[in-house]
Write a new protein. Structure first.
Length: 168
């Protein structure tokens, strides 16, 4: 009987030691996976910085000045030398913009120099009719990260809106 009890204690001790060893191995595997993912993320950041340095970046921001005569629903930005940007607004975002927030619309990769841009802002006028507010123009990209501010402003005397784009 003593041998049976001693054997059982020995068996359960080994089983628990094996289980703890398996848990340790599993924890080490999880830790190694996290390390590999962190290294991969760091390498992606380095690759992005090498392939697309700040000298090729232009960021577009949106602001509303007034907002009584035009309510944007979506924005489409196209131009020479960069991928199009598209954005659809939520009611909460529009409320924030009307309260003075500035929204980062996106960043594009463009070479230094002059670039033509066309921005179509689809929205509703004060009578809730759908209309497009269009801005067409050029911007000059220097050798640094270019920040551009698209402002949608009211034309009070004409009860309408217009859009401007300027370096910010």
């Amino acid at each position: 009987m003593k041998f049976v009890v001693a054997g059982m204690l020995w068996f359960f001790g080994i089983t628990q030691a094996v289980a703890e060893t398996q848990q340790d191995i599993q924890l080490e595997i999880e830790s190694a996976k996290r390390s590999v993912l962190e290294i991969s993320n760091e390498l992606n950041e380095i690759e992005t910085e090498l392939v697309r340095p700040n000298s090729t970046k232009a960021s577009l921001y949106v602001a509303i000045n007034g907002g009584n005569f035009f309510k944007p629903m979506s924005i489409e930005v196209t131009g020479n030398g960069f991928e199009p940007l598209n954005y659809v607004y939520t009611e909460l975002e529009l409320k924030a913009l009307k309260l003075g927030a500035v929204q980062p619309l996106g960043t594009v990769d463009v070479a230094p120099g002059a670039h033509w841009v066309r921005i179509v802002i689809r929205g509703q006028d004060e009578l809730e009719q759908v209309r497009d507010l269009v801005y067409e123009g050029a911007f000059k990209k220097g050798h640094r990260h270019q920040k551009l501010l698209l402002t949608i402003a009211d034309k009070v005397e004409q009860r309408s809106a217009f859009a401007t784009l300027k370096a910010w």
